[in-house]
Design a protein around this ligand. Structure first.
Ligand code: 5GP
Ligand code: MN
Length: 312
């Protein structure tokens, strides 16, 4: 059930003990939004725990209070679960951990349908972190630098540092407020872009797997088990190929485990969220992803075919 921002704020004020959770394979927006929302809720006296059923990538540990993020383990007793930046299908074991409690969902993904929960979704928001900022304003919270860093990282990472088509005038106004609160954009980017040497070398190897097909309109990198073995992260790899002249859809296919492969897609015109949704994934028009539960070579054939179909 979709609700308004004001209704979401009312709901947040009603609960006392909450878990805030974001999606597995967490990104800057999921983590930044969860931490910033937790700060809001704490400042109005709520008992809040932040949970992710995944490792937090090292670079994001620069966000204040990131070290307090917990992994779900034994069952806990709370009034509500607040899910940010995803629908409930991508939060792993957090669902079991909190049991059958009301769910409040704050998101900006067009693919979020909002069944069986109260959802505030604004697909025009560049990042969920923009919505968290609006919630803070609506609730009259005194904004801190720690809050600003989390919101800024969320917005900056989801907009490719203010380059993607989702960047709006509103995005830059909020970013401006975050800088006024003390965020140093150069320091943020320096920490976030750091990579171990192995990852930079791995990018070279990954680029060697590049294939271009569909008359040059599609480009993909195919990272099999051997290749990913030395890669701590593949964050940003897809950006290296989406710049190829004439390419509309870019793809990164990555081995995760036996019969589990991750797909990331970017596009200039094709709606890649539709391709991802065919395989139970989702995302945005121009950036989407899904998981294919099949051997690597089958996954490669399947996703290349789906991209062909979308381009036709
Ligand atoms: P990325 O390629 O950076 O992992 O993801 C691009 C976008 O698609 C992000 O907004 C992300 O939240 C979304 N996305 C990626 N994978 C999935 C998935 O498996 N399911 C859903 N619903 N969204 C995804
Ligand atoms: Mn997001």
């Amino acid at each position: 059930m979709k609700i308004t921002l004001e209704e979401m704020c009312d709901e947040l004020q009603k609960v006392n003990r909450v878990v805030v959770a974001g999606h597995v394979i967490p990104d800057g927006d999921a983590i930044g939004s969860a931490l910033a929302l937790a700060m809001i809720l704490k400042s109005i006296g709520k008992d809040v725990r932040v949970m992710f059923d995944d490792n937090i990538p090292r670079n994001f540990m620069m966000m204040p209070t990131c070290e307090k993020i917990e992994r779900p383990s034994e069952k806990i007793d709370v009034d509500a679960l607040v899910i940010v930046d995803t629908a409930p299908d991508r939060i792993g074991k957090v669902l079991e951990c909190v049991g059958d409690v009301p769910i409040l969902n704050i998101d900006h993904h067009v693919s979020n349908s909002g069944e069986n929960r109260k959802l505030f979704c604004d697909p025009h928001a560049a990042a969920t972190a923009e919505i968290i900022f609006e919630i803070a304003i609506e609730l009259g919270i005194k904004l801190t630098k720690d809050f600003a860093v989390c919101v800024y990282v969320g917005i900056a990472t989801d907009t490719g540092f203010f380059q993607f088509s989702n960047t709006t005038a509103e995005t830059l106004l909020i970013a401006s407020d975050m800088l006024a609160l003390g965020v140093k954009p150069n320091l943020v980017v320096e920490v976030l872009e750091q990579r171990p040497i192995e990852v930079v070398k791995g990018l070279g190897q990954s680029l060697n797997t590049l294939e271009v097909w569909h008359d040059g309109k599609a480009a993909g990198m195919f990272l099999d088990e051997d290749l990913v073995a030395n890669l701590e992260t593949t964050e940003g790899f897809i950006d290296e190929i989406r710049v190829i002249e004439g390419v509309d859809v870019s793809l990164l296919l990555k081995f995760m485990a036996k019969n589990v492969c991750r797909v990331s897609m970017r596009s200039k015109t094709v709606d890649v969220s539709k391709i991802a949704m065919q395989f139970g994934g989702g995302g945005h028009l121009r950036a989407a992803g899904c998981t294919l539960k099949m051997p690597f070579e089958d996954a490669k054939r399947t996703i290349m075919q789906a991209i062909d179909d979308a381009l036709n």
